[in-house]
Design a binder for this molecule. Structure first.
Ligand code: SF4
Length: 682
């Protein structure tokens, strides 16, 4: 039988929102590629190889009940009926014995769209009176700041980047995520644009950009403030725009006055002349655009830094022209109100910070919760690979009095700790609704193949639990198709209803009275007064205050996204050997060469992995991929074992890049097949 073709939209955590064409043969996905008829010319290798996840040996095909010790990964298959009976019994028991807050839903939206996170799941947990989750692990500082400053004004579209004369890529690596920006940058360069990248790592080759500022992790704030101070002194600020269209400039400028170029250069670890050159180029060019990523928010100064960076186009009057302004998340043009689908939830229980799950679960943390978490319900997430203080987290997951359920597609590092594992459908097997946060497009998803084994969508799982627990909400009985239809009706794109075709798997590309939005022309700040608030309340009582980094260990550890993983997704097939990249200067001083086995350590934990010596990271900085799984590491620990779980002022958010480490060589001897390596410190 010839292969059939189906189309859908990628729902993974990536700005690009690709249209996909899927080839299906004998009920199985044979290939995934771009749907060129819908405007997508190419896709990334992660999704092109998605069949590897669908049919991987670690794919979870039936509900599984733990049979051996916690964390041992020994399970027996059980029926869905038995699993739902057990789980609903546990949820009901926890609510009745310790109160609803003893139940903690733990989830993120990484591989899912609008339907499979914070919809039917929220309805269930609200009805149970469960603890709420503060989703602080990513994007919160940037989102809170952008909301406060611009009301999430839609950003400059990527296809308008070739019009810009100056482009600054700040804390983002489009080659890892957002790959469709790369050809736009090449075209801009061909047309003569000045392109700068600000990142401790070198993500671009010399011919691709004009300036690389390898700022030390956590020091983006001084860099931005120094440029702002330089513009003020040079008379480069757009005073007319500031007076007419902004508030809060005085506070920002006052704080910036403390950062002459020389001081910032010393703190940031870059040349003062390079900062001056970038400031000059930005001031003199129009259109000029800043692509602000999420790399700069992952430290104690993160939210403050994002605010200073997003202030740049306002300070210099760069708005009002196509290709001028900023891009952060481009989902500000959409509005989706879950209450319009499931009704308002009166859910006022305690809120637990997802970044601090380790200390919440660990009885030895010294901060016991009342009530303690008795049921941990994990879905759309793999906290063992993503949450700071991995060692402490695993100690908590090993508690005998904790019941952990994981709903996932493959046997993740977290699922191995579960008491009950439930098989989840992938985005090619289920129903969802995606609004891209890069492109201005929304897409509905309908199953293109039947789920592998007995996999179910989140909506099916939470609906079944809601009914079993006796909650009377009609939503628990809706089919996935019905939920998509209702959600599509509740989705606004640029102020109008999403096209009904979305409800049957179609796409809807939206604009703003033209081909793409023009900031301060076709789109404006969505703040109460329509102005830019340069010092948003989210910055707290000391806006733009800089905090020095810890210096207890000499090397800063960054854990950026890689081109092979989407956060921790695909760890079952990718990153088969965990590497730590170190600059030749730092390696030489420690007697390290590429391929050496090393111990990366600090007071929190240690990771044994393999060194890669090259100058893609700056001196003083080492890099490990975000989201790698334990199997890739020589001692079963990955980067999160080294990351503090402190919360920053803005949004109580994670500070991964505040990790400081030391490194030394390791020698290993083989011990036994089941525990293959034993470390012998040098
Ligand atoms: S992950 Fe991004 S680049 Fe890859 S297919 Fe999905 S939207 Fe496209």
């Amino acid at each position: 039988m010839p292969a059939a073709k189906a189309t859908t939209t990628c729902v993974l955590d990536c700005p690009d929102g690709c249209a996909l064409e899927v080839e299906i043969e004998d009920g199985r996905v044979r290939s995934v590629g771009p749907d060129r008829s819908a405007g997508t010319e190419f896709i990334c290798g992660k999704v092109a190889g998605f069949d590897r996840r669908l049919y991987h040996r670690d794919r979870i095909l039936t509900p599984l009940r733990r049979r051996g010790a916690k964390g041992g990964g020994d399970f027996e298959p059980i029926s869905w009926d038995a699993a739902l009976d057990e789980l609903s019994g546990r949820l009901g028991e926890a609510r009745d014995r310790w109160g609803g807050e003893s139940i903690l839903p733990y989830h993120y939206g990484g591989s899912n769209g609008l339907l499979t996170d914070e919809l039917i799941d929220d309805l269930l947990f609200a009805r149970l009176g469960a603890s709420r989750l503060a989703k602080t692990i990513c994007a919160v500082p940037a989102t809170e700041v952008a909301l406060g400053m611009y009301g999430k004004m839609p950003g400059v579209a990527f296809e308008d980047y070739p019009r810009a004369q100056c482009i600054v890529i700040w804390g983002a690596n489009p080659k890892g995520s957002n790959i469709h920006l790369v050809p736009q940058l090449r075209e801009a360069k061909r047309r003569g644009a000045f392109i700068a990248a600000i990142d401790p790592r070198r993500n671009f080759g010399a011919p691709e950009i004009d300036l690389h500022l390898p700022v030390l992790p956590g020091q983006d704030l001084p860099l931005a403030l120094a440029m702002i101070n330089w513009w003020r002194r040079e008379g480069a600020l757009d005073e007319r725009f500031l007076a007419a269209s902004t508030t809060g400039a005085e506070t920002l400028l006052k704080r910036a006055a403390g950062w002459p170029l020389a001081r910032a250069a010393a703190v940031c670890g870059v040349e003062a002349d390079a900062i001056r050159e970038l400031a000059k180029r930005l001031a003199e060019s129009s259109p000029a655009v800043v692509r602000c990523g999420w790399g700069l928010e992952r430290n104690r100064n993160g939210g403050q830094a994002v605010a200073a960076v997003l202030a740049i186009p306002a300070l210099l009057g760069k708005f009002g022209v196509r290709g001028g302004g900023y891009t952060l998340s481009n989902n500000g043009g959409s509005r989706f109100d879950p209450a319009a689908v499931i009704g308002s939830l009166d859910w006022r229980t305690r809120r637990l910070n997802m970044t601090q799950l380790a200390r919440q679960l660990d009885p030895e943390s010294g901060e016991p919760l009342e009530p303690p978490v008795k049921v941990l319900f994990v879905y759309n997430a793999n906290p063992v690979a993503t949450v700071p203080r991995q060692g402490v987290l695993e100690r908590g997951l090993g508690r005998d009095d904790l019941y952990t359920v994981v709903h996932d597609q493959v046997m993740t590092d977290t699922a191995r700790w579960a008491d009950l594992v439930l098989p989840a459908a992938t985005f090619l097997e289920g129903t969802d609704l995606k609004v891209s946060y890069g492109e201005y497009v929304a897409g509905g998803l309908r199953p293109v193949v039947a789920p592998a084994g007995e996999a179910r969508t989140n909506m099916q799982l939470f609906g079944a639990l809601g009914q079993r627990l006796g909650f009377g909400d009609a939503a628990f009985a809706w089919s996935d198709a019905e939920i998509l239809e209702r959600a599509t009706a509740a989705l606004e794109l640029d102020g109008r209803r999403a096209a009904t075709a979305v409800a049957t798997g179609g796409r809807d590309r939206y604009d703003f009275g033209g081909a793409t939005p023009i900031q301060f022309d076709s789109v404006r700040p969505r703040t109460v007064d329509g102005k830019v608030h340069l010092t948003p309340d989210a910055l707290g009582p000391q806006p733009f205050a800089w905090q020095a980094p810890d210096d207890d260990y000499p090397l800063a550890l960054v854990t950026p996204a890689s081109s092979r993983l989407v956060t921790s997704m695909f760890g079952e097939t990718s990153v088969d050997r965990l590497t730590m990249t170190i600059h030749p200067e730092d390696a030489h001083g420690r007697g390290l060469a590429s391929g050496d086995r090393v111990r990366v350590f600090n007071a929190i934990g240690e990771v044994h992995c393999v060194a890669r010596v090259d100058d893609s990271v700056r001196p003083g900085v080492v890099s490990m991929p975000k989201g790698a799984w334990r199997r890739s590491s020589l001692n079963g620990a990955t980067s999160t074992a080294l990351c503090p779980d402190d919360a920053q002022v803005v949004g109580d958010a994670a500070c991964f890049n505040d990790a400081r480490v030391e490194i030394e060589a390791l020698r290993y001897r083989q011990r036994s097949p089941s525990s293959p390596w034993a470390a012998i410190p040098s």
